[in-house]
Design a protein around this ligand. Structure first.
Ligand SMILES: Nc1ncnc2c1ncn2[C@@H]1O[C@H](COP(=O)(O)OP(=O)(O)OP(=O)(O)O)[C@@H](O)[C@H]1O
Length: 336
């Protein structure tokens, strides 16, 4: 089973530029979480801070008893082996075959024999649906295949925590839907804790157990998916609806004058009612997600602490099981 990642009071700046402050959240063991946020809000910086590649000025990131911010380097290096990373661009070596790319972490970090490496690599290649392409170079395959190869490489060291940075970037909607299913299937098979950074609303709506959002140097919210999906925080409502009107602007934040001017005119189109679509289930033939069972207990145990709309959505989900109908919510945020 994956392990919990506990983030406490994390604050990160580059020189005078504060990226985010006082971020506190827990990635529950084995569950899938998504972090949303407009471009430039520091999502990638957050992922890098979790594995100790960047050093926030304040706070802790606890992983299996190691503080990834403040522990000695050798402890952080050891704990980093618990993580699998899938980078935005796949980060494959262009001159190496997919097989050699995926084998790279095993050859670099373990003393396994080539026969064992071959077995593991082919198994992971199978999981991500790339059997038959292992001899190809990254330049000879599509962007979607490169993403899946990046995912296979993230999995070879049997990570207990998988971090994916914009796994959908550059993919068409069909490939993105396939990738969403792959992420859920993976979670069913390896039960690892997963954190996905994405802008993609389809992934956000169908994949995670938990969702959070970074905006204006703060964590706006983090919790069960239903909390964010029913939130009427203007920034969340704008992001989920993909509207121009609202606090998010081209340069991430709009100034007060622009916001006031927007508030003075009616929104360009009335806000559509928001819908909560059911979370994806593993593909037929795969085991049930253990994390989904644990999550049910966890979330039902915290119902009293959640806003009424989120509570109603969770009760609805669990009353209908996997067959939960699409839940319609009243429109939130008029764009002002
Ligand atoms: N090593 C670094 N040194 C200085 N500034 C950095 C460094 N890494 C990132 N930044 C700055 O931190 C801010 C957040 O960057 P980050 O890449 O984390 O945003 P993001 O939310 O992932 O954006 P996107 O969604 O566009 O990928 C940016 O202003 C960026 O320039």
């Amino acid at each position: 089973m994956g392990i919990e990642v506990a983030v406490e009071g994390l604050t990160m700046s580059f020189g005078k530029q504060n990226i985010w402050q006082d971020v506190t959240l827990t990635l529950p063991a084995g569950e899938v979480s998504v972090m949303l946020g407009p471009s430039g809000t520091g999502k990638t910086v957050f992922l890098k801070s979790l594995i100790g590649l960047l050093k926030p000025q304040r706070g802790r990131v606890l992983v299996a008893g190691v503080d990834m911010v403040n522990s000695p380097d050798r402890d952080i290096y050891e704990a980093r082996k618990l993580f699998g990373l899938m980078f935005q661009d796949g980060a494959l070596f262009g001159s190496m075959s997919l097989f050699d790319n995926i084998a790279f972490p095993l050859r670099e970090h373990t003393r396994k024999k080539e026969s064992e490496i071959r077995r593991i690599v082919m198994e992971r290649i199978d999981v991500v649906g790339l059997l038959g392409s292992e001899g190809k170079l990254p330049g000879e395959i599509s962007g979607g295949m490169r993403k899946r190869a990046g995912l296979a490489r993230a999995l070879v060291l049997d990570p207990q925590i998988v971090l994916c940075d914009e796994p959908d970037s550059g993919l068409d909607p069909v490939r993105t839907a396939n990738l969403s299913q792959l992420l859920i299937d993976l979670n069913a098979q390896i039960d690892a804790t997963m954190l996905i950074v994405t802008h993609n609303l389809d992934i956000a709506a169908t994949v995670p157990d938990n969702m959070g959002m970074l905006f204006r140097r703060n964590l706006v919210t983090f919790g069960p998916r239903e909390v964010l999906l029913t939130s009427d925080e203007p920034v969340v409502a704008q992001f989920l609806a993909g509207r121009r009107e609202g606090p998010i602007g081209m340069s991430e934040e709009k100034d007060e004058a622009t916001l006031a001017a927007e508030a003075a005119v009616p929104a360009s189109a009335p806000a559509e009612p928001r819908v909560i679509v059911p979370q994806l289930e593993p593909s037929p033939g795969l085991p049930q997600r253990q994390a989904a069972l644990r999550r049910r207990e966890r979330v039902l145990g915290m119902l009293d602490t959640l806003p009424p709309a989120a509570r109603a959505a969770i009760e609805d989900t669990y009353a209908h099981g996997a067959q939960a109908p699409t839940l319609r919510l009243p429109a939130t945020g008029s764009g002002s």
